[in-house]
Design a protein around this ligand. Structure first.
Ligand code: XMP
Length: 506
């Protein structure tokens, strides 16, 4: 997929992969000479914010359109096809944004098996006003006289967005392109990925030794399990308990990874060391730096004690490595990464990196985890920040305050799970505020901590909304926290979306 900066680019790739066809995102301007080395069965040109006539508009290499490989241009991608093959694009006087009705003129190829009138989602200013010579019309819509076209030889353009849920037949349109036009086989499955990945890890590692840091999260767990499947005892995992994990977390991780999967795991309880380093610190960024720094020294000491190690396995995912062409996306993405990667390992380490998940999206990592036999509880865990509870314990991080936070958090997650909401929301957790308020319990006046409850829905953590948790569930959470957690007498619920808020409080 050639990415021209659409906010939906990753979604298109995910939709293709959901159809069990492998798809990679590359910058839209990648020359055909490079593209062809990957032997694509087809090319998809994404949408994008530019206008084809802009001086700095990203252009497709025209050779890619003449190579005889099937092409599907979506929105801006369609306009690029028109522009490069002799058609015309008009600046939009009537912007078309939102739902539209597509009238299909040709029920073959892309629209095979679909109705003549399809609800679709549009989001464009410009539109194709004149088709290139030799092209024919496939569909129209209210504001797009040419809403879909083809050259009859494998090049297609569509003005609407098949990847979004608001285009109910979008998956069918994509499948028609993948299977009908490109002749792809639906062979990209968790099983085929595992077979290929283990094979390539084996070939790479040969007799070397691999180390992997388990964080307790799904990514590092799946990465370690894959490497373990490939090279068995040549892998040693290190699990550092930084004292900032949730209740029963260390036990659970050890149980799954050690008990079920029988890996060689070095468990290091470094709680004291982390808490000492965090003593008196209240600035969140400083907390992050300290946790990152301490982690690296503990991990390095452990690695050194293991003797010679050749490789470091990490659970890096595809969204972290995709090169995007949209400047604002690059800017935001990189900012968010420096902010979040402080808990990671520094570059220039003495190991070679193995990143078996670097071409997978999160939902694919989960599918691979399940296929590897990992328990659902581990596979569907919500994201948890590297600096752990230190950034949910506002103000000073002490053993006592962490204990209060852990117990309150336990109640939140327990109730969310009991009510079947755990997998519907992105994250659900408690925050210990630095506030104390007055309350009354029995005949006593109390002066105790305020706990905030944060439950958000999200697709990718870049934006989020507060989850509309039913009142009864909130009531139970509040009631249980105040009753069960010593030191808390008030519970508040965070109703801020992101932006302007962030998911975490620090
Ligand atoms: P924010 O709070 O920025 O969080 O909306 C977005 C997502 O990132 C997680 N997060 C972190 N993850 N180290 C991490 O590994 C961090 O320092 C960090 N801060 C936030 C957060 O839990 C959410 O999923």
């Amino acid at each position: 997929m050639l990415d021209f900066g659409s906010q939906f680019s990753q979604l298109i790739a995910r939709r293709v992969r959901e159809a069990n066809v492998y798809c990679e995102l590359v910058p839209g301007t990648t020359p055909w000479a490079q593209l062809k080395e990957r032997h694509p069965a087809g090319l998809i040109l994404s949408g994008g914010p530019s206008s084809v006539y802009d001086a700095d508009a990203p252009q497709v290499d025209p050779d890619a359109l003449r190579a005889g490989v099937p092409v599907l241009g979506i929105c801006y991608g369609m306009q690029l096809i028109a522009h490069h093959l002799g058609g015309k694009v008009d600046p939009g006087h009537a912007r078309e944004y939102g739902p539209a009705l597509l009238s299909v003129r040709d029920p073959n190829a892309l629209f095979r098996g679909l109705h003549g009138e399809l609800p679709v989602w549009m989001s464009h200013g410009d539109h194709v006003s004149e088709m290139p010579p030799g092209f024919r019309l496939l569909a129209t819509s209210g504001n797009s006289p040419v809403a879909a076209f083809t050259d009859g030889k494998g090049i297609f353009g569509i003005q609407f967005h098949p990847e979004v849920v608001h285009t109910p037949s979008g998956r069918e349109v994509l499948r028609n392109f993948l299977f009908g036009v490109c002749q792809c086989k639906p062979s990209w499955t968790p099983g085929s990925f595992i077979a290929e990945a283990t094979e390539s890890i084996r070939a790479h590692v040969v007799g070397g030794r691999v180390i992997c840091a388990l964080s307790g999260g799904v990514d590092s767990a799946v990465a370690a399990t894959l490497v373990h499947r490939a090279v068995g005892d040549q892998l040693t995992c290190v699990f550092v308990n930084n004292g900032l994990l949730r209740k029963e977390e260390p036990e659970r991780v050890l149980d799954v990874m050690h008990g079920n999967l029988d890996m060689d795991i070095r468990y290091v309880d470094a709680t004291e060391r982390f808490l000492t380093a965090l003593r008196g610190v209240i600035d969140p960024e400083q907390k992050r730096r300290i946790v990152g720094r301490e982690f690296i020294s503990v991990f390095e000491a452990e690695a050194t004690s293991l003797g010679h190690i050749d490789f470091l396995a990490q659970g890096t995912l595809y969204p972290d490595v995709i090169e995007s062409t949209a400047p604002d996306v690059v800017a935001t993405a990189s900012k968010i990464k420096t902010h979040h990667n402080v808990g990671g390992l520094p570059p220039g380490l003495r190991f070679q990196l193995i990143e078996p998940l670097r071409y997978l999206f999160k939902d694919e990592v989960r599918a691979v985890g399940l296929e590897l036999g990992m328990p659902e509880e581990m596979v569907y865990r919500q994201p948890f920040p590297g600096p752990g509870l230190s950034i949910r314990c506002l103000g000073e991080v002490t053993a006592d305050r962490l204990e209060i936070l852990r117990n309150a958090d336990w109640v939140v997650v327990d109730e969310i799970k009991r009510n079947g909401l755990y997998r519907q929301v992105w994250q659900s957790f408690a925050v210990l505020t630095p506030l104390e308020t007055v309350g009354v319990m029995g005949d006593f006046r109390t002066y105790a901590n305020v706990v905030a409850v944060r439950v958000v829905t999200s697709e990718d953590a870049m934006t989020a909304d507060w989850a509309r948790v039913p009142y009864e569930v909130l009531a139970r959470i509040s009631n249980r926290i105040v009753n069960e957690v010593k030191g808390v007498n008030r519970v508040v619920f965070d109703i801020t979306s992101k932006p302007p808020g962030t998911i975490e409080w620090e």
